[in-house]
Design a binder for this molecule. Structure first.
Ligand code: SF4
Ligand code: SF4
Length: 110
C-alpha cells in the first residue's frame, strides 16, 4: 500500500439502529437532567477520579448518544461520587444521580 504520509480517520458514522430508545426513555424519565447537558466538559475537567481513571460524565452522555452503551458504562464506572462535578456544572445537573442511573440502566445485562 502506498504511504501518503497521512491516514484517514475511522468513520464517525452513528448507526442509529443500535440506539436503544427504551433505555434512553427510562434514563430521561428518571434523570431528566440528561437532556440539559451542553457537553461543556466542566465536569470532566474538575473530576477527582478523572486524574487517575477514564471517568467522565460528559463522555458517558456522549457515548449514549453515539449508541456506545459499553463505553458509557465504562466512563461512569470509576466515579467516586464526590460531587465536585455537581458544583461546577453550568446547567446544575444532578451529576451523581445521573452517573448512578447510567450505570444502573446501561450496565444491566439484557
Ligand atoms: S458540566 Fe454539566 S453541562 Fe457540562 S458536560 Fe458536564 S454535565 Fe454536561
Ligand atoms: S462525582 Fe464522580 S464524576 Fe463527579 S467529580 Fe466526583 S468522581 Fe468525578
Amino acid at each position: 500500500m502506498i504511504d501518503f504520509g497521512y491516514t484517514l480517520n475511522p468513520s464517525s458514522r452513528i448507526n442509529l439502529d443500535n440506539f436503544d430508545r427504551n433505555k434512553f426513555e427510562k434514563l430521561s424519565k428518571s434523570e431528566p437532567d440528561v437532556l440539559l447537558c451542553i457537553g461543556c466538559g466542566s465536569c470532566t475537567a474538575s473530576c477527582t477520579a478523572g486524574k487517575y481513571t477514564d471517568t467522565s460524565l460528559r463522555k458517558a452522555i456522549l457515548s449514549i448518544l453515539d449508541c456506545n452503551e459499553k463505553a458509557a458504562v465504562d466512563f461512569a464506572a470509576s466515579c467516586l461520587l464526590c460531587g465536585k462535578c455537581t458544583l461546577v456544572c453550568p446547567r446544575s445537573i444532578n451529576t451523581r444521580n445521573l452517573l448512578l442511573s447510567i450505570t444502573k440502566i446501561y450496565g444491566k445485562k439484557q
